[in-house]
Design a protein around this ligand. Structure first.
Ligand SMILES: Cc1cc2nc3c(=O)[nH]c(=O)nc-3n(C[C@H](O)[C@H](O)[C@H](O)COP(=O)(O)OP(=O)(O)OC[C@H]3O[C@@H](n4cnc5c(N)ncnc54)[C@H](O)[C@@H]3O)c2cc1C
Length: 452
């Protein structure tokens, strides 16, 4: 079989690439090969026992005008806006997110450590210092107390990597930086001010986040499900795909994790092989629970920096939409981070998770489980250590010489969210089609429904 563009993976990145190719150049042929039976990849959901479970929380942060218009157009009326209600549980109390701006309620000595430590940073020069590790950056930016009581333990728990080895490249949008007066106010009073990129977010009313890739897949058509890509010959420009056979391509778009993709590619020069070895990631074990008690919490999610809890975050998905759980029930997701090489005994981990949820008062002894599903995410977060960026650049430079694009959160080997992933697909389609696509693109943008 021959195609102009072969797309590996039918998650949002792959679907968006095909959608934009189709809209911008109907004559271009393309094929999406997706190993699962449904579209969406990590942005897919599982329906079970009257609950709809996502892969942990999957909330829509819409910041780009085009991305926002496209996503709202895809969702139609099936979406609503929520104001974030997220907290941190430490020292036996809940404080508002972000920790660095909200220490009121913690033991007085902790508040003093945090506020006084932050104030000591205020007169330091703010010029960016190149090459700082994430740990050094935390101490310089937030001071010793906030780093010791939250930033370091939480991030070590999530990343499973010494923070001295991590860079600051990824944190720009994701870690809010309050002003001194906000840190002081938040140490004395319950500060209700919103901080950060996700202060409000959108979520589908019905069907979980799966409705987004479903809507995109419906517009795309022609996705081959259950078709795992087994090998890619970069020199012959062919791929072997389950259920399809050998596919010859002019251009290839990869959206599977870059490290895994390079593992099925040949021939690869030695420097690219070595770059592949330097790409690191962590796995997330996501336990979803349906519990026979209404409104267990009014929160959206809670961060757990302390070691005594096995999870780094727990959220209440039935607070994103009342339609993802049966009446009178609550649905939850719990996230545990592990190194990919670690063997995980899910039964044991589940007992530890349930004990942790009882210890912090979320679950009660008599609570009845109505549903339970583990949704492990083998490649969940790319680790931004000092080796990551040179390794990614080396791999991408080589792939470009072979006519290959590698995009999306995992193909691009980065920390990004759904809207950005959809935009990655759009930009990739535009690059594949070259400059001639510009005029068509402008017309297509105008065609979409107005902002909601
Ligand atoms: C814990 C967690 C929470 C998140 N929360 C949010 C959030 O709240 N909001 C938000 O906007 N974003 C969130 N994200 C990010 C979001 O999941 C991603 O941006 C998005 O799903 C990435 O889509 P993708 O298409 O790049 O990758 P994927 O969704 O991984 O798609 C890749 C596809 O490739 C397929 N595939 C893999 N190997 C093969 C093969 N050999 N052959 C064929 N097919 C293959 C996979 O089955 C998959 O369908 C979160 C991510 C994580 C890990």
């Amino acid at each position: 079989m021959k195609t102009d563009v072969l797309v590996l993976g039918g998650g949002l990145a792959g679907l968006s690439t095909a959608y934009h190719l189709k809209r911008l150049s109907p004559k271009t042929t393309w094929l999406i090969a997706e190993k699962r039976r449904t579209p969406g990849g990590l942005s897919g959901s599982v329906a079970q026992d009257g609950f709809v479970f996502d892969h942990t929380g999957h909330l829509l942060h819409l910041h780009d005008p085009y991305g926002k218009r496209l996503i709202l157009d895809l969702l139609g009326d099936n979406v609503h806006v929520l104001s974030r209600n997220s907290w941190i549980h430490s020292h036996g109390v809940d404080t508002r997110y972000p920790f660095q701006a909200n220490t009121c309620g913690l033991p007085p000595k902790v508040v003093e450590d945090c506020v006084a430590g932050f104030m000591k940073t205020v007169h330091r020069p703010k010029a960016a210092v190149p090459g700082l590790s994430f740990k050094e950056w935390c101490v310089r930016t937030f001071g010793d107390g906030i780093s010791r009581h939250f930033m370091i333990p939480y991030n070590e728990k999530l990343w499973k990597t010494p923070l001295e080895r991590m860079t600051t490249e990824w944190q720009g949008r994701f870690v809010p930086k309050p002003l001194p007066e906000e840190v002081l106010y938040g140490g004395l009073f319950d500060q209700k001010k919103f901080f950060g990129y996700n202060a409000t977010f959108r979520y589908p009313l019905r069907g979980g986040i799966q409705v987004l890739p479903d809507a995109l897949a419906a517009r795309v058509g022609n996705v081959r499900y259950g078709c795992e890509v087994r090998s890619v010959d970069l020199a012959a420009q062919t791929a072997v795909v389950d259920g399809v056979g050998e596919v010859r391509w002019e251009r290839l778009v990869n959206t599977m994790p870059l490290k895994h993709f390079l593992g099925i590619c040949s021939p690869l020069p030695e420097p690219v092989r070595r770059a592949r070895e330097r790409l690191k990631f962590i796995s997330v074990y996501n336990l979803n629970l349906g519990i026979a008690r209404a409104k267990i919490s009014d929160r959206h999610w809670i961060y757990f920096p302390e070691k005594r809890f096995p999870f780094y975050r727990a959220g209440f998905s039935s607070n994103f939409s009342p339609h993802v759980a049966p009446k009178g029930a609550t649905s939850m997701y719990i996230e545990v981070s592990r190194r990919p090489e670690e063997r995980v005994d899910l039964d044991r981990l589940e007992r530890q998770v349930l004990d942790g949820l009882r210890a912090c008062g979320i679950l009660r002894r008599g609570d009845r489980l109505l549903s339970k599903v583990w949704l492990p995410i083998p490649c969940a977060y790319v680790i931004y250590d000092f080796e990551r960026t040179p390794a990614v650049n080396a791999a991408m430079a080589h792939l470009a010489t072979r006519g290959v694009e590698s995009i999306g959160r995992y193909g691009g080997w980065k920390y990004s969210f759904m809207e950005e992933t959809i935009l990655d697909g759009k930009r990739c389609a535009e690059r594949l089609l070259g400059r001639a696509a510009r005029a068509e693109r402008a017309a297509h943008d105008r065609e979409l429904t107005p902002l909601k």
